[in-house]
Design a protein around this ligand. Structure first.
Ligand SMILES: Nc1ncnc2c1ncn2[C@@H]1O[C@H](COP(=O)(O)OP(=O)(O)O)[C@@H](O)[C@H]1O
Ligand SMILES: [Mg+2]
Length: 521
């Protein structure tokens, strides 16, 4: 529903117009009222002055010529003479008790004596007049002192003041018309003034709305030097600044886009180079794989083919040693023994190479079963006894978790342990200790058992540690016990084939610890 109060409140223009209109109307009304009342007062005063001079004249005349109330002929004459004045409507002459002694004219509706209580009239001084207004009639009361001075009668004159009233209403009408004209002019001036005030504000509001909605507003024309003008200047500065920052942001954005484009181009170039490299690498890799396969095949065939003649050579050497070709001299026996030793090393190398090629070709079967860890450990420990005794070494098997079951191929884990314990024996000087230890890693996924072989041997330098699991890696100072350098490489492959890991911790001259994990059963 339309609410006029809300309608006025919702616009500064309406508020200003209504507020100023109220002020304007009140000012015009009050000014008109005071002018009318002042004019009326002035006109009445004029009428009273006239009435007073007539009353004074008649009163003096009566006082000077009439000796007593009995002198009625004179009284009548004077009273009738009064009526010659057309503005006098009636005249009454009455004594101090209010009794009418004479009256005349009676042109209008006279009130006569008694229209005012006598008690009020007694307070009049001898020369004083008393006025009383009844509609269009102004009454004047006055004491008359007769010649002998004994009686003190009253004279009442009724004066027609209808002209006065007419003038008053004419003035009122004039003022009302003038007030209306002033009001209309005021209204027009007011609307123009308020518009002049409100217009820049509205333009500013539109501009601010444009800014809020992301449009570029036009600068507002500055009018005058008032607060609104200051506001407009500030607003214009704000939109100029805003436009400048918008341009800066835009140019920065363009710059950024350019940079992004450059980077994208560079990336695309790098990407296509990478694709090319990838293709080259892929084909190189394929070639490498092919070569590797060839190498494995070659090694497999070669080592296999080497085994048979080597066995024949070993057989003949053994026969020679046993005197098949007659008794051998000491030197001959020495040569045969050395040759046999080399044949043994060669047989080891061939068997290691065969293992390696088999594993690489996926031809070494891993038959996993759930077995207690202690079984392969004890088996290897048994095999090692002569070697340990020979070098005066102690092998300790830590009880701890040795009884735990894991999933593995016993023969292959035996092979791993033979190499690790064999290495420990090889690289630990006499009197040392080798310890085999098992630890459960239940947090690992899947849970595993870690089997470690520690020794108090020569250790491995930190530079060499990374290489020990490589094929043919024989690190450290030369002149150590001989071997193929393939043992640890085979161990790593076997452990990985079980889903485990193998690593080494060692410090030169402080011993080594080789650890491998296999999944728990
Ligand atoms: N327990 C150990 N102490 C010190 N060095 C070791 C130990 N085990 C292995 N190595 C080093 O790692 C090399 C590689 O070992 P391995 O692969 O078993 O070959 P090999 O035993 O035939 O030499 C060894 O030649 C040796 O230099
Ligand atoms: Mg070895």
């Amino acid at each position: 529903m339309f609410n006029p109060i809300e309608w006025i409140r919702s616009s500064i223009r309406r508020k200003a117009i209504v507020g100023l209109l109220v002020i304007l109307l009140s000012a015009i009304f009050l000014t008109g009222l005071s002018i009318v009342s002042q004019a009326k007062k002035f006109i009445i005063l004029e009428a009273q002055r006239r009435a007073s001079s007539v009353a004074q004249f008649v009163g003096n005349n009566l006082g000077a010529t009439v000796a007593s109330y009995n002198d009625s002929a004179r009284i009548k004459l004077i009273m009738d003479g009064i009526c010659a004045d057309s503005s006098i409507l009636y005249a009454t002459f009455f004594d101090e008790k209010g009794t009418i002694i004479a009256s005349s004219c009676s042109k209008g509706q006279g009130q006569g004596s008694g229209s005012l209580p006598l008690s009020e009239l007694y307070n009049l001084s001898d020369e004083g007049n008393r006025f009383h207004l009844y509609g269009n009639v102004l009454e004047v009361y006055r004491h008359v002192i007769l010649k002998n001075g004994a009686e003190k009668p009253f004279l009442l004159l009724g004066l027609d003041v209808s002209e006065v009233q007419a003038v008053t209403s004419k003035i009122t009408r004039l003022i009302a018309i003038n007030a209306f004209i002033v009001y209309i002019i005021g209204l027009l001036v007011l609307i123009v003034a308020v518009n002049r005030f409100a217009e820049p504000l509205e333009t500013l509001t539109d501009g601010i709305r444009d800014v809020g909605e992301g449009r570029t507003p036009q600068p507002v024309v500055v009018q005058g030097q008032d607060e609104v003008a200051s506001l407009t200047i500030a607003f214009n500065k704000m939109i100029t600044d805003l436009e400048r920052s918008r341009e800066e942001v835009q140019s920065y954005q363009e710059h950024l886009e350019g940079m992004v484009q450059d980077r994208t181009d560079a990336l695309n170039r790098a990407n296509s180079e990478l694709v090319e490299i990838n293709v080259t690498l892929k084909s190189a890799n394929e070639k490498l794989l092919e070569l590797d396969k060839l190498k494995s095949n070659f090694l497999g065939i070669a080592t296999h083919e080497l085994k048979t003649p080597l066995a024949v050579v070993e057989g003949y050497l053994d026969s020679l040693k046993d005197g098949f070709a007659g008794e051998l001299s000491g030197t001959q026996l020495g040569v045969v023994n050395e040759t046999l030793l080399s044949c043994g090393r060669m047989a080891d190398l061939i068997s290691d190479m065969l293992d390696l090629t088999k594993i690489e070709a996926g031809k070494m079967p891993i038959e996993k079963r759930t077995v207690s860890v202690i079984r392969p450990v004890e088996k290897v420990a048994g095999q090692m006894v002569p070697l340990l005794q020979k070098k005066n070494l102690t092998l300790e098997i830590a009880d701890g978790n040795m009884g735990v079951k894991a999933v593995f191929d016993e023969d292959r884990i035996v092979q791993v342990l033979v190499n690790l314990i064999g290495n420990a024996v090889k690289f630990t000087p006499g009197g040392g200790t080798i310890t085999v230890h098992a630890e459960i890693h239940s947090d690992a996924k899947p849970p595993t058992v870690a089997i470690s072989v520690s020794d108090t041997g020569i250790g491995i330098s930190s530079d060499d540690l990374h290489h020990v699991f490589e094929e043919f890696a024989q690190v450290g100072p030369p002149g150590k016990e001989e071997g193929t350098g393939l043992g640890l490489a085979i161990c790593r492959r076997i452990v990985v084939a079980h889903g485990g890991e193998i690593w080494v911790e060692s410090k030169l001259s402080q011993g080594s610890t080789f650890t491998f994990t296999i999944p728990l059963g």
